[in-house]
Design a protein around this ligand. Structure first.
Ligand code: PMP
Length: 391
């Protein structure tokens, strides 16, 4: 069919630049190793931090939910799609995050979009870290609020912006808790202090901090001892929790408001029973198996130190997300291909996901990896890195 030649032209240009991507197919469950092109390779690209995607308890809960309640829910939450299990999951998440209430959305992406677009008007200003996730950026685009961007984790830049925006009705500072491409942690104590000084609200997207940082993985806010001082915490159910969805944890007032105003919540069908029950089980596993988080951190330290000793540039990472920054988009692509040939699946990340000239391999270790696997991965990095002249 004719009509999309203009798009094909752009794709052809991307091919030339080496940034066109074929989707890589996995033929096995999401483990420490995955089957790609008929080979079992070490998985360093998934967000399955704690190995919960295939935890026996989650699988059992999902199967039982299907048996009892069926495959789907048949309605949005506000019409006929709220089952007892949806409310139970939200109560559990609120308790987990030490907040009054929580609300589940279809994904972390739509949570950010839904929250930001619901609570801000043209009388308000939203103040966002320059490296915030795309879902925050898109959520901000949906509001009529004035947009301000401060330099990444730069508190002088944030304070300057707060000083310049005193005339607005509300000011909302929004930041990732853990930055998804760099693995650094937002300086939340300083952000909260500034917010209190200038009477602003704070929203933290803790997609990569939940299940990873804080007591039993309660997240970045808890990690810094800031429970009760951050107005809005967003989390995802699709990374450490291992299933699918997003949630916001906050006050009863905010949650009630979102139930009435957040468009992705209002107009999209609720989570199927299998997803909801598996998420409930996952929160229990987090509370009952803290050793998973300890293992995640031991593995994090091992891989990060290994990469640094080899001489790779891992930026300012402090978490299980460790970027190996190479700069050039084409080189990053070649590096990723070579790693795969050497038995390691570690995706190259290029523009527009990261800035131009900041292409990288992003590694994520999980609690599932054995030290032996990580040692093999380091050997593959060494071989590929030397072959390409990166180290
Ligand atoms: N926020 C951040 C910081 C993320 O990294 C992601 C995942 N890519 C999301 C939100 C979206 O979460 P989900 O995959 O659940 O839509």
């Amino acid at each position: 069919m004719k009509g999309f030649e203009y798009l094909q032209k752009e794709l052809d240009a991307m091919q030339k630049q080496g940034i066109f991507r074929n989707l890589i197919e996995l033929k096995s469950e999401q483990g420490s190793k995955v089957m790609i092109d008929g080979r079992n390779v070490i998985q360093l690209s998934s967000n399955n931090y704690l190995g919960l995607t295939n935890h026996p308890r989650l699988k059992k809960a999902a199967l039982a939910a299907i048996e009892q309640f069926g495959a789907g829910t048949g309605s949005v939450r506000t019409i006929a799609g709220t089952f007892t299990m949806h409310n139970r999951l939200e109560e559990k998440l609120a308790k987990f995050k030490h907040t009054e209430a929580a609300l589940v959305f279809q994904s972390g992406f739509t949570t950010n979009q839904g929250v930001l677009s619901a609570i801000l008007t043209d009388e308000d200003v939203v103040i966002s870290d320059e490296l915030n996730h795309a879902s925050i950026i898109d959520g901000i685009r949906l509001t009529k609020a004035t947009r301000k961007v401060y330099q990444h984790v730069d508190m002088e830049s944030l304070e300057q912006t707060l000083k310049e925006t005193q005339e607005y009705r509300k000011r909302l500072i929004v930041t990732d808790g853990v930055f998804s491409m760099d693995g650094d942690i937002a300086p939340l104590p300083a952000i909260v202090e500034l917010a209190e000084k200038y009477d602003a609200l704070v929203m933290v997207d803790d997609a990569h901090g939940s299940g990873v940082l804080g007591e039993n993985g309660r997240g970045t806010v808890n990690h810094f001892g800031l429970d009760g001082r951050v107005h809005i915490q967003v989390g995802t159910l699709s990374k450490a929790i291992g299933v699918l969805g997003g949630y916001v944890a906050s006050t009863r007032t905010l949650i009630d408001y979102l139930i009435h105003k957040a468009r992705p919540f209002l107009f999209s069908t609720s989570h199927p029973p299998a997803v909801t029950m598996a998420c409930i089980e996952a929160v229990d596993v987090l509370l009952e198996e803290p050793e998973r988080i300890d293992k995640l951190w031991n593995n994090t330290k091992f891989l990060k130190e290994g990469l640094n000793i080899l001489g790779f540039n891992t930026g300012h990472s402090e978490t299980p997300i460790t970027p190996v920054i190479v700069g050039d988009e084409g080189l990053s692509r070649q590096f990723s291909d070579k790693l795969l040939q050497n038995g390691v699946f570690a995706q190259g990340i290029a523009f527009p996901t990261v800035a131009q000239g900041k292409a990288r391999i992003r590694t994520i270790v999980t609690a599932q990896h054995s030290q032996d696997e990580l040692q093999q991965a380091l050997k593959a990095f060494e071989n590929a890195g030397k072959e390409l002249g990166i180290i």
